[in-house]
Design a protein around this ligand. Structure first.
Ligand SMILES: C[S@@+](CC[C@H](N)C(=O)[O-])C[C@H]1O[C@@H](n2cnc3c(N)ncnc32)[C@H](O)[C@@H]1O
Length: 207
């Protein structure tokens, strides 16, 4: 699959995990899809190129601009919205996916430019994947919890959530998912190779 992507320093770059995540979502046979936190637009473009109806959104204005450009460049049709999670979205989706942000701390401590530079140093990334600081895990848990809670009204009755996670987060996601009526067993998580990453697929329960 040939996808032409422009990257920008201020937007989270699509990497090998993004590509595998997109493939796992396609292989799960999604009927339509919302790409939450689309970044460069890679996942949305990949699925649209496979004929799947897709929408995308991101909190960051820079990401929205870049994703729109990349969508046009690849000749697909994907509406891209600026939205804090679901706040600016309408309708329901059969599937929603989120590659949960790995935040290198609050803006007050690390300026955006420095964070973007650090993200591009591969050994720092490789180290952090295995030694995730507890403060970052806690921040991610807060975001995952909010995402699961807010997704419910935007999902079809038999809708699904796909999350790209670090392995230590699976148990939390299973517990938190069941609080919001999702079914997911940690045994079902799909391993993404040697990078300590997994994909969790949560289904809305039947109750
Ligand atoms: C890890 S990046 C994933 C980018 C892309 N989906 C990929 O897999 O390459 C997370 C993205 O989520 C976006 N994001 C962070 N907080 C968000 C929020 N509250 N609502 C929507 N998007 C958000 C970030 O701007 C970033 O583009």
């Amino acid at each position: 699959m040939n996808i032409i992507l422009e990257n920008q320093r201020s937007v989270s770059a699509a990497n090998a995990d993004t590509a595998v995540f997109a493939r796992v979502i396609r292989e799960a046979g999604v009927k339509n899809f919302l790409d939450m936190g689309t970044g460069t637009g890679y996942i949305a473009i990949y699925l649209a190129k496979h004929g799947i109806p897709v929408a995308a959104c991101d909190l960051s204005a820079a990401a929205v601009d870049l994703a729109r450009k990349n969508v046009r460049r690849n000749g697909v049709t994907v509406p891209v919205y600026q939205s804090d999670m679901f706040s600016n979205l309408k309708g329901t989706f059969e599937s929603v996916g989120f590659n949960v942000p790995f935040s290198l701390g609050c803006k007050a401590f690390l300026p955006e430019g420095l964070k973007a530079a650090l993200r591009r140093v591969s050994w720092i990334n490789d180290y952090l994947v295995w030694h995730i600081p507890p403060a970052i895990l806690a921040q991610r848990e807060t975001m995952i919890s909010r995402f699961l809670r807010e997704s419910v009204p935007f999902l079809d009755k038999s809708g699904r959530i796909f999350l790209l996670l670090y392995r230590p987060e699976i148990e939390f996601v299973a517990r938190e998912g069941s609080r919001f009526g999702f079914e997911f067993s940690p045994r079902e998580a799909v391993e993404l190779g040697p990078r300590n990453m997994v994909v969790a697929q949560l289904r809305r329960g039947t109750q």
